[in-house]
Write a protein that binds this ligand. Sequence first.
Ligand code: NAP
Length: 344
Amino acid sequence: MKRKIRVALYGVGVIGSMVAKFLLEKEGLEIVGAVDVAKDKVGKDLGDIVGINKHLGITISDDADTVLSKTKPDVAVHTTTSFMEKVYPQIAQIVKHGVNVVSTCEELSYPYLSSSKLARELDTLAKKHDATVLGTGINPGFLMDTLVIALTAPCQEIKRIKVVRVMNAATRRVPFQKKIGAGLSAAEFREKIEHKIISGHVGLEQSITMIAAALAWELDKIQVDAVEPVIAKKTVRSDAIRVEAGQAAGLRQCAYGVRNGQKVISLEFQAYIGAEEEYDAITIEGTPIIKQKISPCVHGDVGTIAMVCNSIPKVINAEAGLVTMKDLPVPSAAVEDMRKYVKP
Ligand SMILES: NC(=O)c1ccc[n+]([C@@H]2O[C@H](COP(=O)([O-])OP(=O)(O)OC[C@H]3O[C@@H](n4cnc5c(N)ncnc54)[C@H](OP(=O)(O)O)[C@@H]3O)[C@@H](O)[C@H]2O)c1
């Protein structure tokens, strides 16, 4: 590809802004448009909103159709919300312009169980308009699914897979700290989780489904335990939130893929302010046994930005349709001029 890859941002919140700043430093690629509905962003210059001391001449608009038809991007980086029902119309809108999509929507990472009808419709629509759609990120998208799948490659047989991710949420973006309930009393935490006012981590079911699909394991069911607060034993704090002893510092979530009555895939996710040991651990009980521990854990926001941007050339190269990380070539970083990774 000789000309620069043209990228539009659809969603300029915390992650969209971090993506923008990262892409502005990359060679072989240009940001050509930006869409967001937040009233305090619409009409502003992208440079002001992402917090760089420079006007970029790109005005954030809430009119996605106009932005997409005028700027004709190759890819839209979509970072608005976590749920398929909400993002479906947004992604359908992008795809109808024949534009590829890389999205951080967690449920889109492997939507074939939780939102199978919408997934099929999106796949059909994307094929019709010759566009590729991918849901990715650090988790779901890599640490608790794609990496796990890659680690099964040297196994002759597998009995069980266990994955644990533990992180100190103080180092993560503020919307994340809020969605894990940091700073709430235990009662408020349970009430807000129950009424879906805070979402907790979204994606464990999608990760389990992706792993099972890669292994062609038919699961009896996916069991999801109630989300539990991790209660602070002493005062802990992030830059934005102070958590007193006895309050929720974050959460612990577990989900299991059950096959023939056995929990064959176990995912445990812990994110709380003040976690002292941070790690990503994968254990595959099989032949051979595989134990892998990344310590400290991969930083979620940094990793998400990289996963999204590194996926841009892979999505441009892919066949049209809804694809998942499991379907794409081996994930890898795109550290050189981005055009070098696009097939001629
Ligand atoms: N897979 C992963 O590993 C991973 C990692 C990180 C984040 N994520 C997900 O990525 C998403 C973005 O995260 P974030 O922290 O950047 O959230 P955020 O700060 O809330 O940003 C989202 C932005 O999108 C805007 N928006 C909402 N609906 C829109 C629409 N229909 N059209 C255009 N813009 C719209 C929001 O405006 P309003 O504020 O007005 O709603 C906001 O400005 C979240 O769902 C998050 O959970 C996934």
